[in-house]
Design a protein around this ligand. Structure first.
Ligand code: C2E
Ligand code: FE
Length: 355
């Protein structure tokens, strides 16, 4: 899913290239893209953070010492650009009454800044400047600067949009997962815990699709929504017929996700195969060892651990020590031994960090 974002032109890289090109075309000496960060108390006041900079004669480096500038919308050279949405031109900074000594000392002369807006809100500014001597800036060059600014704005808008889609997807999938907890109050918190543990274990194992792991963890028992209360909440052991119905939750969940085209294979595999066991004793297919996708072997360890720690209608909660002992016992038989070993190390680290 996050590959979507990487496929985009990165606005930072675009800005870097744009500034280099603008400097060579305009004869100005240095340039930067500033990002406006609104103050927490007064959104009209804030600061500008220098995000991208470039300059000849080491001026890019010089600019980096000014990486945050206090600004008030409507005031000063940059503040006026943010307020009006219009490009501002300063012919000679050295003779300007609003000049700051800090900039004067840098021998700043001509400066031009064009505001950047995303969704109608001030986002920042694209600024170019000359040092030591004045530079005449033509109308064509101002138009060029503004055209570049519009392209950068579109790139940021797209990034913002994709971030929102990613967040919305995750929120929606989490809501689906949490819906199950309402059916079966005993499992409250199970979803968020297995998500966090799966991600931490995946990171430890160098697994490359952590997002898929998280999604799979949210959704792993989605199919239990279709299991009747009489079975899901039964205090005692299940009959053979009930057990068959209970086991169908993997396939039901997998089927429910069929139309969610954006969901990665990792997430689907977790839903479908999280009850497969490496000795072939699992379900729904009785797969063995490497036939079971890595993500499902990984998730199975997390799922069993968390289920053991919880009380269920059919069983009391186990202690952490007993749960870890159970994982060790199953390692190599039903659960992947290497994954269990890493998981136990992870839990050990978490316990130590909390102490
Ligand atoms: P769950 O409660 O979320 O448990 C997930 C998995 O954790 C179980 O998969 C099992 O591998 C492990 N696990 C949970 N509790 C225990 C335990 O007390 N001892 C051991 N050794 N392992 C445990 P499994 O067995 O395939 O069960 C899948 C789901 O079926 C369970 O999810 C639960 O919702 C349901 N279930 C399993 N056994 C019973 C039962 O006796 N009565 C009822 N009402 N439901 C059951
Ligand atoms: Fe399950």
């Amino acid at each position: 899913m996050s590959n979507d974002l990487e496929m985009l032109d990165d606005p930072q890289a675009m800005a870097q290239r744009a500034i280099e090109t603008l400097l060579s075309l305009t004869g100005l000496h240095a340039g930067g893209v500033f990002r406006f960060v609104a103050g927490s108390e007064d959104p009209q006041s804030g600061h500008l953070e220098l995000q991208v900079r470039h300059g000849r004669y080491g001026l890019g480096e010089l600019l980096s010492h000014l990486d945050t500038l206090p600004v008030r919308i409507g005031e000063g050279f940059m503040g006026k650009a943010l307020a009006t949405g219009q490009t501002q031109l300063l012919d000679d900074y050295q003779t300007w009454e609003g000049a700051w000594p800090r900039f004067k000392n840098l021998a700043l002369r001509t400066a031009v800044t064009t505001p950047l807006q995303v969704r109608g809100q001030p986002h920042g500014a694209l600024t170019l400047a000359s040092f030591h001597h004045k530079v005449a800036i033509s109308d064509e060059n101002i138009s060029l600067l503004e055209a570049v600014a519009r392209r950068l704005e579109r790139a940021w808008e797209r990034v913002r949009h994709l971030e929102e889609i990613t967040r919305t997807r995750e929120d929606a999938l989490r809501a689906l997962g949490l819906g199950l907890e309402l059916r079966d109050l005993e499992t409250k918190g199970h979803t968020d815990r297995v998500v966090a543990l799966s991600e931490a274990l995946g990171r430890r194992l160098g697994f490359d699709d952590l997002e898929g792991l998280r999604m799979g963890a949210y959704l792993h028992d989605l199919g239990k929504l279709a299991i009747p209360d009489s079975i899901l909440l039964k205090p005692g052991t299940l009959t053979d017929a009930e057990w068959r119905i209970m086991q169908s939750h993997c396939d039901i969940g997998f089927g429910m996700l069929e139309n969610l085209g954006f969901l990665s294979q990792t997430a689907r595999n977790i839903v479908r195969y999280h009850h497969e066991r490496i000795d072939g004793s699992g379900y729904p297919f009785g797969l063995t060892r490497d036939e079971i996708p890595l993500e499902a072997r990984l998730f199975a360890v997390v799922d069993v651990y968390d289920a053991l720690l919880q009380s269920r209608p059919y069983k009391a909660a186990w202690s952490q020590q007993d749960a870890l002992r159970e994982l060790r016992k199953q390692a190599g038989d039903t659960l992947d031994a290497r994954i269990v070993q890493e998981f136990i190390a992870l839990i050990g680290e978490q316990v130590r960090n909390r102490a």
